[in-house]
Write a protein that binds this ligand. Structure first.
Ligand SMILES: C[S@@+](CC[C@H](N)C(=O)[O-])C[C@H]1O[C@@H](n2cnc3c(N)ncnc32)[C@H](O)[C@@H]1O
Length: 298
């Protein structure tokens, strides 16, 4: 019997499950209910196989040890859900095209900086969909000071995003004319490579939303969709406040279809479209930081 099969016959004790759930919440904000026991067991089985560990107790010991940081990260990556798609929740890309991006492109054409963040980007489809929308509005976008930060806690998904190569079934939702303009089809037709003019707009970085953020500059648009659904309400509210502090005075925040802005930060925004919020109350801090940067004084 292989290691995976053996683990599947061992059930995590309530204490072991609690240890795993505690690490996931403390380190990544993920709330794992006891109903997810089977899923957690299956994902841990894969990690134990990768570590060549046969006994659940030994694996939990590794996770909880001071030297277990790398494995804690790998376990969290194994527990996260990375489902994504190009132009997922299409109404957000309509709002980008018609409302959010035109004034920002105007700002960029006159030499201003524009910063967009895909927070919890998974394998990059969201960031590249934003890049395609930008490029369709202005094919000179790459010549402006305009960047998309794509971040995720899981290193594996970032590797896929950086490579920018997707299987034919992954690009099925991309309109054919966009596929032609922004992807190179492989000779066998099995995969599609994002072209350099889009890749140059996107920077992939590992970033845990629960940690300190290294960004010094503010953002004009933040996408954080289908990420906080796994976080506690308390963590969500803290995150909204942090996003609000980082957004420029009239910036946009896009959330996933089952996520809603709430708490004190909700008062900083007006609803712009379904789960798309535009900032109305700014402390001006993010814009001021950006302006200092643009003037070369930061
Ligand atoms: C379901 S995907 C959403 C991808 C994309 N935003 C979309 O809506 O299609 C959720 C992503 O959030 C990431 N994630 C989960 N917890 C995170 C955290 N604490 N910090 C950063 N990313 C996190 C996961 O690794 C995963 O790739």
């Amino acid at each position: 019997m292989g290691i995976t099969a053996r683990l599947n016959t061992q059930t995590l004790t309530p204490e072991q499950f609690a240890s795993v759930a505690d690490i996931a919440e403390r380190e990544a904000g993920l709330v794992i209910s006891p109903g997810k026991l089977a899923l957690v067991q299956a994902r841990l089985a894969k990690r134990m196989k990768a570590q060549n560990i046969e006994n659940v107790g030994s694996y939990i010991d590794l996770l909880t040890s001071s030297g277990g940081s790398a494995e804690r990260q790998s376990m969290i990556a194994a527990l996260t859900t990375n489902v994504t798609a190009f132009f997922r929740e299409a109404h957000h890309f309509d709002a980008l095209r018609t409302t959010a991006l035109p004034p920002l492109l105007q700002h960029a054409r006159s030499g201003g900086a524009v910063r967009i963040w895909s927070a919890g980007c998974s394998t990059g489809e969201e960031a590249y969909s934003i890049a395609m929308t930008l490029h369709e509005l202005d094919p000179a976008a790459g010549r402006y000071d305009l960047r998309i930060l794509a971040s995720d806690i899981s290193p594996n998904v970032l590797t896929t995003g950086r490579a920018g190569r997707y299987m034919a079934e992954d690009v099925a939702g991309v309109p054919p004319e966009l596929l032609r303009r922004h992807f190179q089809r492989s000779e066998d037709g099995q995969s599609y490579q994002i072209l350099p003019h889009l890749r140059e707009l996107v920077r992939f970085r590992r970033l845990n939303l629960m940690s300190d953020w290294p960004m010094r500059k503010g953002f004009d648009i933040i996408f954080c969709r289908n990420v906080v659904i796994y976080f506690s309400r308390e963590v969500q509210l803290r995150l909204w406040a942090r996003f609000s502090g980082l957004l420029s005075a009239d910036g946009w925040l896009f959330l996933g279809h089952s996520e809603r802005l709430g708490g004190a930060a909700a008062g900083d925004f007006r609803s712009g479209c379904i789960t798309g919020y535009q900032k109305t109350q700014g402390n001006g801090m993010a814009r001021a930081v950006k302006e200092r940067f643009e003037n070369g004084s930061a």
